[in-house]
Design a protein around this ligand. Structure first.
Ligand code: C5P
Length: 352
């Protein structure tokens, strides 16, 4: 080896990726492939996963360790998304899948903030760099989409509209910094079970085929109403539309949210927050209604279930206000842990 022509390979690479909150999440009826067509706006927040990929001897295979506050909740085998990401890079490039992965978790586990997807995104970038595979951003995104609907956004970060399964992304311009508080529950919710409950609740109110969600009548959605109530009617007018399973909700509905992001106006953003999965998450975990009430009593600008929950996100006026909301949750015994963060945050970054 003639030293100065080739830099010595790095012994390890660490990549940081953000968790996310969905500022708005609108879902259509389930598609044939089991996914729901979404119109969502992701915002990456400053809670980060860190994945370190380290060289190991040829033939050693993939190994995985995990650290962080909820590390014990994470699988350490080939079902782990970071492991699957390393495998995907190896399969795609024909390289040997020899790597030691370490995941440090800073995003709540099974909380609706896409921590597992962030691990996958970080592991893709880390393995690509460690193995000098030279994958393009586009290839990494394609591999990410194969691992999970939220993985492409963890690569991209900042704020973006997601359509399709949530994996077709368009960046959104924003101004300034938004302050968030998060109430995390000890027991997570599984995303498929929340979508399944969403389908059931949609069907109960109306449509043959099981999913009436009017996309044209603003009155059918009420972002401010946390618990599922008879009042949160999905009118039968939506039924005709709903039988076209797979039709996407219209991102054009969120003009007020886009304007709030462009203007950096947290009050207007708070009013525009909305999550179609909220009623389903609250139906599965009725105590979440109280968590949102406590945030409202603490003066939040807007509160909602993050993704498929059970984490509750509350938008605050300032860092101090975010801490006050978090303190109110703690005082009320409304959360297992409370976190504060800012958004938007950058996507996947190689550290050091
Ligand atoms: O893509 P990912 O594995 O993260 O999704 C987990 C599950 O969440 C899917 O298997 C599906 O049940 C549900 N899901 C959905 N529609 C989406 C995204 C996820 O139904 N757009």
């Amino acid at each position: 080896m003639s030293g100065h022509l080739h830099a010595a390979p790095e012994p390890s690479v660490t990549v940081r990726t953000p968790g996310k909150v969905n500022l708005v999440l609108r879902s259509g009826a389930v598609r044939d492939d089991g996914y729901h067509p979404l119109s969502t706006v992701f915002q990456a927040v400053s809670l980060f996963e860190e994945v370190t990929a380290t060289h190991v001897a040829p033939g050693a295979g993939i190994s995985l360790t995990v650290s962080g506050p909820q590390a014990d909740l994470v699988p350490l085998d080939e079902t782990n998304l970071a492991w699957r990401a390393a495998r995907a890079v190896a399969d795609h490039t024909g390289m040997d899948a020899d790597v030691a992965l370490h995941v440090h978790k800073g995003v709540p586990v099974a909380g609706g903030m896409a921590g597992g997807s962030a691990d996958a995104a970080a592991a893709l970038v880390a393995c690509d760099a460690l193995w000098d595979a030279g994958l393009s951003r586009q290839e990494l995104t394609m591999l990410g989409a194969g691992l999970g609907a939220d993985v492409p956004f963890a690569l991209l970060g900042h704020t973006a509209v997601g359509t399709g399964r949530g994996d077709v992304l368009t960046p959104v311009l924003t101004r300034g910094e938004f302050h968030w508080a998060f109430a995390v529950q000890a027991e997570g919710l599984s995303t498929p079970s929340v979508f399944a409950r969403f389908d059931e609740l949609s069907g109960e109110v109306g449509a043959p085929g099981g999913a009436a969600t009017s996309r044209s009548d603003g009155e059918t959605r009420n972002a401010g109403a946390p618990p599922r109530t008879g009042g949160e009617t999905r009118v039968s007018g939506g039924a005709a539309e709903a039988v076209h399973a797979g039709r996407s909700p219209d991102p054009g509905e969120d003009a007020a949210l886009m304007a709030a992001l462009r203007a950096g106006d947290p009050t207007a953003l708070g009013e525009a927050l909305h999550n179609d999965l909220q009623a389903a998450a609250v139906d599965l975990r009725p105590e979440l209604a109280r968590v949102m009430e406590v945030a409202e009593e603490a003066g939040t600008l807007g509160t909602l279930v993050s993704g498929s929950g059970p984490t509750i996100a509350a938008l605050a006026r300032s860092r101090r206000h975010a801490l006050a909301i978090a303190a109110a949750w703690t005082a009320a015994g409304a959360a297992s842990t409370v976190w504060t963060a800012t958004g938007p945050a950058p996507g996947a970054r190689i550290m050091g």
